[in-house]
Design a binder for this molecule. Sequence first.
Ligand SMILES: Cc1cc2nc3c(=O)[nH]c(=O)nc-3n(C[C@H](O)[C@H](O)[C@H](O)COP(=O)(O)OP(=O)(O)OC[C@H]3O[C@@H](n4cnc5c(N)ncnc54)[C@H](O)[C@@H]3O)c2cc1C
Length: 344
Amino acid sequence: MIDFAPTDEQRALRETARAFADRELAPAVERMRAADHAVEPWTVLREPYAKAVELGFVSVLVPKELGGGGGSCVDLVLVLEELGATDVAFAASYVGLTATLFALVARHGTDGQHDAWLEPVRTGRPVLLSGALSEPDRAGSDLFFPGTDASVGPQTRARRDGDHWVLDGAKSAFVTNAGVADAYFVMARTRDDAPPAGSLSMLYTPATATGVSVGPRTRLSGWATSHHAEVRFDDVRLVSDSLVGSEHGAGLVFASCPEIAIGLAAAYVGLARAAYEYARIYASERVSWGAPISRQQTVAMRLAESALDVHSARLVVWDAACAADADPMLGAAKAGLAKVAAVD
Ligand SMILES: Cc1cc2nc3c(=O)[nH]c(=O)nc-3n(C[C@H](O)[C@H](O)[C@H](O)COP(=O)(O)OP(=O)(O)OC[C@H]3O[C@@H](n4cnc5c(N)ncnc54)[C@H](O)[C@@H]3O)c2cc1C
């Protein structure tokens, strides 16, 4: 009744991802490490990212009829665990985020939006996408505020002006891919008299639009290969077809794309697996009192517990991915579990 065995195609996909991580990604990450991270990550990682696009990792969730790979969330998590074991930031920010935002467009876009925004999927042009939600001096958790107070939540605003939207506001210094993304999916308030749940809309904003500016790169501990920065939107004029999903419906758009959180969790399973492997090898090589320390019971127990933690997190992520493939809303309910199990 329950079968967690990947199919032959999924095994092949996982092998492809592992080979890519070993041959293309690891040397690039090593080059950055050797340069003590004094180089801009994207200048080094642009090339392996283009290869990842070529291999279909970024378009895996887009249905075949829209030019994508027609794969599943399970396919995506298998890929992201492999990439995450080599570099969690590359897996989560460049590949995972772009792949899941393409899925969001496929799911919620109009025919015209599919034509325009999924062109890179059809042609294999390597682009990066970004989600701009959280804001400076506002709790990110406000997005999930269940109350009725309209003053809670994001303050970036979008208003209609004839055939256009006009976007104003600032997003937090944590926006992933800021400064290197080709487009931002911006969550903005489109009414002032309702709490976040009923007042936020999502607008597709090209990075080249007049009025979009990006602050200095935020240095995060552990995500040395990624780009994060504050993004400002000053009087940015967008064509009316920039609205993703329905007006005031951004919450629903995001909720129906649980692959975003599940993909992040999968990348962290990869990171945890790599940390476990590092510890296991060290403990089998480090000799104390004439024997590898892995033979000391306390160390062996720690390693066994780590192996169990990694596998438990993987199973929660796989369960969430299966749920997302069956029904996005069921996936949304389980995405939080996957994130807690693997990321927190
Ligand atoms: C690596 C990284 C990448 C990111 N990428 C992006 C991105 O691409 N785009 C973007 O917009 N943002 C991004 N963010 C920001 C992220 O969305 C926020 O950090 C997140 O939403 C949490 O918001 P916060 O940091 O303001 O924490 P807060 O909302 O202030 O929460 C602080 C703590 O309090 C807890 N808490 C808050 N409210 C409650 C409550 N009601 N009940 C119980 N506990 C509560 C939270 O769980 C948390 O532990 C990123 C952050 C990181 C670290």
